[in-house]
Design a protein around this ligand. Structure first.
Ligand SMILES: [Mn+2]
Length: 443
């Protein structure tokens, strides 16, 4: 894997040296934005030039349009592995730095394909798209960018507890470079900015049952404990921090653990998970250019706008949690579902379904489907828990097969999956998934 990445690095160096403008295409989520950041910063530091586009999916028209632009080197990050056949036909050199499941197509001589799955490494947990991208630039002495690869890994939930696999090599590089530090602490969000009760209610991962998504409950708890709830965490007295830690651990022991920071960063971004959450908010608000500005080092105005988007995204999530708190989910035999035609709720359905379960607002002993109506179709986001997967549930399979039955399409992982189905098929689809999950549990 490192040799393959080294080949890509040589290719990149060659084009920078020639003064070629490098065409970079990356994915629109926190991982994809971090991937673009790693590569773009490396090129910039080496005195090269680049042109970047961020897209939600690498569709045929995106490939067609970049193909017509006639660059000497194309780089696709956090995407591309499924499209090697089409990318092979680009005129010019190509680097694909991805971690999604690759297609079986072999790369042509002008394409270097960097993907952990090609080397028996699990790209769903051991290396992110930003990580693959980091490995591509690593040989140019870029250990100081390792932290940005970990921002991407956080974006793809690759650090449930500790980093594993290739991510550990990147972590070591980050620590060696001296700009990244690890210390134990509370894993609550916006420690420098939001009043404490909001920090706690906005913390989604790990979720705090009873507090996540619930501003009132969070404020009440802090008042009862006699901890100042109206100021940011970082301004608390040490004694208050200790009381808080002891109390929050009772809600979820995972709330205390390793915190990864880059101390020289702005306070809002110095925690890697915070950084990732801010990029996520840019992506979710379709502010791709803004996310790119942040990873390229723009602060002040750009950071302020990104934080505003994060605030509005959190307000939407809070509304979503209030909604599921009030209405609960609709129950079938072996699954439960949420359905909405509300514009705000539709955009956050997957997140509130997943966090709703981990925060125990919804029961977690049945897989959940979040259904959002989009004109004539319904978008389905499925989530379940590790124990349910161990009992036999495979949501990816269930959603792929059931959606195909109604002319839709779907798929994904056993624990999280999605589908698109025609609106008229809604009830029949739900019953079929219900039966399929029952079958999976019994066989
Ligand atoms: Mn990714």
């Amino acid at each position: 894997m490192l040799n393959r990445a080294g080949e890509a690095c040589d290719m990149l160096k060659k084009h920078i040296k020639k003064g070629n403008v490098i065409r970079l295409v990356s994915h629109n989520d926190a991982d994809g934005l971090s991937a673009a950041g790693v590569i773009a910063n490396a090129i910039k530091e080496e005195g090269g030039q680049f042109h970047t586009t961020i897209v939600p999916r690498l569709k045929a028209d995106v490939i067609r349009s970049v193909a017509s632009e006639k660059y000497e080197l194309y780089i696709f990050s956090d995407m591309g592995s499924a499209c090697i056949k089409q990318l092979n036909s680009l005129k010019g050199d190509v680097i694909v730095a991805d971690h999604h499941q690759p297609s079986d197509v072999e790369a042509n001589d002008n394409l270097v394909h960097v993907n952990p799955h090609l080397f028996g490494i699990d790209g769903s947990k051991d290396l992110s798209g930003a990580g693959s991208s980091y490995l591509v630039v690593r040989d140019m002495d870029k250990k100081h960018l390792a932290y940005m690869a970990l921002v991407g890994a956080f974006g793809d939930m690759q650090c449930p507890d500790k980093f594993t696999g290739m991510n550990r090599i990147i972590l070591k590089d980050g620590l060696d470079s001296g700009n990244l530090e690890i210390h134990e602490g509370l894993k609550i969000v916006s420690k420098s900015k939001e009043p404490l009760y909001k920090s706690i209610a906005y913390t989604l991962n790990p979720a705090l049952p009873g507090l996540t998504g619930n501003l009132e409950a969070s404020q009440e708890l802090l008042e009862k404990m006699g901890v100042s709830y109206g100021i940011p965490f970082l301004e608390l007295e040490d004694e208050e921090k200790d009381i808080l830690k002891d109390e929050l651990i009772k809600f979820n022991p995972q709330i205390f653990g390793d915190v990864y920071t880059v101390p020289k960063e702005s306070p809002e971004l110095c925690d890697l998970e915070e950084y990732s959450a801010i990029l996520d908010a840019c992506g979710k608000n379709k502010e791709f250019g803004l996310g790119l500005s942040i990873v390229l080092g723009e602060r002040e105005k750009a950071l302020k706008s990104a934080l505003d988007f994060q605030t509005s995204y959190r307000n939407e999530l809070t509304k979503g949690f209030e909604w599921i708190n009030r209405e609960g989910a609709q129950q079938l035999n072996t699954i439960q579902y949420l359905y909405s035609e509300d514009k705000v709720l539709k955009s956050i359905m997957g997140t509130i379904a997943g966090v709703g379960m981990s925060a125990k607002i919804l029961q977690d002993d049945k897989p959940i489907l979040g259904l959002s109506r989009l004109h004539k179709d319904i978008k389905v986001s499925g989530r379940t828990t590790r124990p349910m997967v161990e009992r036999g549930v495979d949501l990816g399979k269930a959603l792929a097969q059931c959606s195909a039955n109604f002319g839709g399409q779907g798929g994904g992982h056993d624990i999280a999956a999605g589908a698109m189905i025609p609106y008229e098929a809604k009830d029949q689809f739900l019953h079929l998934v219900d039966e399929m999950i029952e079958y999976q549990l019994n066989n």
